[in-house]
Structures are given as C-alpha cells and as structure tokens.
Design a protein around this ligand. Sequence first.
Ligand SMILES: Cc1cc2nc3c(=O)[nH]c(=O)nc-3n(C[C@H](O)[C@H](O)[C@H](O)COP(=O)(O)OP(=O)(O)OC[C@H]3O[C@@H](n4cnc5c(N)ncnc54)[C@H](O)[C@@H]3O)c2cc1C
Length: 416
Amino acid sequence: MQQSTSLVVAVVGGGPAGLLAAQHLAEAGCQVHLYEAQATVGRKFLVAGHGGFNLSNAEDAPPFAARYAARQPEFARYLAHFSAPDLRAWAAALGIGTFVGTSGRIFPEPEHKPAHLLRAWLERLHALGVTLHPRHRWLGFAPAGGLRFRQEATGQELTVCPQATLLALGGASWAKTGSDGSWRPELERAGVPVVPFAPANCGAEVAWSAFFRQKVGRQPLKNVALSCGGHTVRGEIMLTDYGLEGTPVYALTPQLRAALAGGGPAHLHLHLKPDLSPAQLLDKLGRRRPGKSGASFLAEALRLPPPVPTLLRELGPPAFPVAAPEAARLLSYLPIPVTGLRPLEEAISTAGGVAWTAVDEHLMLLARPGTFVAGEMLDWEAPTGGYLLQGCFSTGAWAARGILRMRGISMRGMSQ
Ligand SMILES: Cc1cc2nc3c(=O)[nH]c(=O)nc-3n(C[C@H](O)[C@H](O)[C@H](O)COP(=O)(O)OP(=O)(O)OC[C@H]3O[C@@H](n4cnc5c(N)ncnc54)[C@H](O)[C@@H]3O)c2cc1C
C-alpha cells in the first residue's frame, strides 16, 4: 500500500538497479524522477537477454552470498533484504513467470522475453507515478548543491535539487548500452574514491600459433574443467582464434587478473576428462595398443574430439606420450599460458568502481550525504549464472531502503 510522503528522489541510471530502486521508492510514496542518458532505459538488461537470460539463481543463501567473494558479508545482507525468491515474486507480480533450469539458474518462462518483462516493469513504474527523463545525462554535482544534467536532445543544461539521490550508473563494459563509466571523474572530483575498472567475466587471450588458429578456428570443448589459483570450474569452453571463451573462463577472471598482475603470462590448467578418476584415466590410457596413433586412440578410447590432438600438440610434446602416467598428466593438467584478458568493452561485467570505503552500511556516499549508489557501479564482481543481475537488484533495493530509512519512512516488509 502506498504511503503519503513528499520526499522527492532522483534516481540516475535506468538499469535494473535504478529501476528497482525507483519502484521501491515510489511504492513507499516518494515522488521519483528517473534520469537516463540514453533514449530508452534497460539497454544492457535487454542485451543480457540475447543469450541465456539468467535473472537469478536458486542456490541456497550462504553459497549464494559467497559468490560475491570479498563482499560476501555485505551481499548476505542485501540478499536477505531482496532475495532470489523475492525477485521471482516481483517478476510474477509483473505477470512474468520464472523457472529454475537444471543448472539452478532462474530464467523467465520461454514465452516471456526480456523485452516483455521490461515493458511490464515500465508500465508498473508509470502506474506508480515515476517520472522518466530519458536523454538526460548526469554531468556531476552542482557547486551550490543539486545535480547537473544535460538534455542530450537540445544540449541544454539544467540543475535539479532532489531531497535524496540514487546513482545507479552501471559499470564500464558494453559502452554502446550507455554503461560507459564516464561518471568516474565526476565522482572522484567529489571526493569519492573509485577503484580502477577492469574486465570481469571475459575471455582470455592465448598466443596460439598461426597453424593452430587456422586449423582449429572456433570450436567447443564440452565437459571439461579449468583451474587457476586453486579454483576449478567445470563446463564448456570455446577455443577461438584469440584464446578462450566460456563460463569456466569467465568464472576464473579474478584469479587470472591476479596472476597477470605479476606481469608474466598466467596459466589455466585444463582437465579434458574430469569425470574419470585418476585410476580410471590411467587404466584407459594403459590399454593403448602399440602402433595406434594418439589421435585415433583419444577419439575411440576417450571420446576426445578432433581439436584435442591439435591442442595437445600446440601446448604439449609433439607426439602424444605412450607412457600412461605422462599421458594422464597431459590430459588432466594441460597448462594453457594466458597472455591477457579480453578488453573491458567486451566483458560481461566490470570489476572496480565506487570503493567500499566510500559508502556507509546503507550504500550512502560518505562524501555526499543524501546520495546513494547501487548496482554494477560499486566495486564488486560475481560470476555469471544470475548473480550479476541479482546483485544489481539487491543493491538497488538496499539503497532504496537506505533512502527511506534516512527519512524515517517505513516500507511494507522493511525493518526499520
Ligand atoms: C552480454 C551480456 C550478457 C549478460 N547476461 C547476464 C545474465 O544472463 N544474467 C545476469 O545476471 N547478468 C547478465 N549481464 C550483466 C547485467 O546485464 C548487468 O550486470 C546489469 O545490467 C547492471 O545493472 P546496473 O543497473 O547496475 O547498470 P546498467 O544496466 O549498466 O544501467 C546503467 C544505466 O545508467 C545509464 N547511465 C550511465 N551513465 C549515465 C549518466 N552520466 N547519466 C544518466 N544515465 C547514465 C546507462 O545509460 C544505463 O542505462 C550481462 C551483461 C552483458 C553485457
């Protein structure tokens, strides 16, 4: 039920974090003005919908929060306030059913495209009285207080003075969606520390030989395991002419980034038969008949497809070892030297952003009382699988809660 309050709030940035915060604030009776630099809101949200669109994940709360690594304690709080079940209930209230896939990922029902969800969401915001201001680019804080905007259509500048502000300006990848990180110097000028941006959930670069690039091109390797820095992730990887893509590679970007920080190449270790125990692998390899070529043995006895012999030759000895222990080591711990990460522009998400030392427990900027931040513009990262969007929704909900709390406004279901 809506309560009556005259609190005027500016939400800047129309991604999932800003839109959800706008909804919660409007439901609590605030007058919400949502400013967005682009002509339309939710562009990255719609891009996310082009692939397998994971809204969230059905994982239990403790391992879910652990996905946010160093930020686990904070995200445990945000997720408790707006959880994956809350997200599903929210989508259902918009008429969008969801289901849990076999991997635990939460998807909208197949008949509900992301554009349907966004349309229903905008109708809800409209019904709640949220005023949308598209093509309004936030330029920074006005010297005498307030927020400076430029109307992109006319070039005209204006200053608005809301009673509270939420910045939800996104990360710095996929700039064409509007998330270009151009807010960074403005916040730094205002005394807000920002951790440099870095690509997260992105491909890895490998200096393949010209022969390998030509012969292999782009081919998948299914059901493998990749390791780096003591972490192992199972799944499918894609060999590409510049390196590797795929969920296990994306999940290991924090470890790769740390290893690359030393200056030299970092190593991923590939297990090509992770379903076999070491003894089973040795047993199979010990059955190789003399004279049988390595490639046909790998295909017949181990069901390893054509790019594997080429990959083993590229990274290992010229001939597949005859001795079973040596062959087992190659198949289960093949080192792949990674020379770098793919550019930030291509990354699914951004590491770095507003430093945690810059905000209080309610996500309010210490240097700017009354201004809150949420979503990917904060310095956190998480793997793909629904954790990114859930993190944006949960921080958006939490920052909205912080604004209401600051003003002593209660929200249904919100503890004061
Ligand atoms: C290819 C791809 C696939 C993805 N797939 C998934 C997935 O399946 N599941 C998942 O959980 N996540 C996925 N993500 C990640 C997810 O889309 C993002 O984490 C999420 O959109 C970030 O939300 P946000 O609200 O923080 O920021 P954004 O969605 O980036 O929104 C920020 C908004 O702020 C606006 N803005 C920026 N600067 C200004 C300014 N100065 N003035 C006014 N407005 C401004 C931008 O135009 C933008 O609309 C994917 C991302 C990509 C790129």
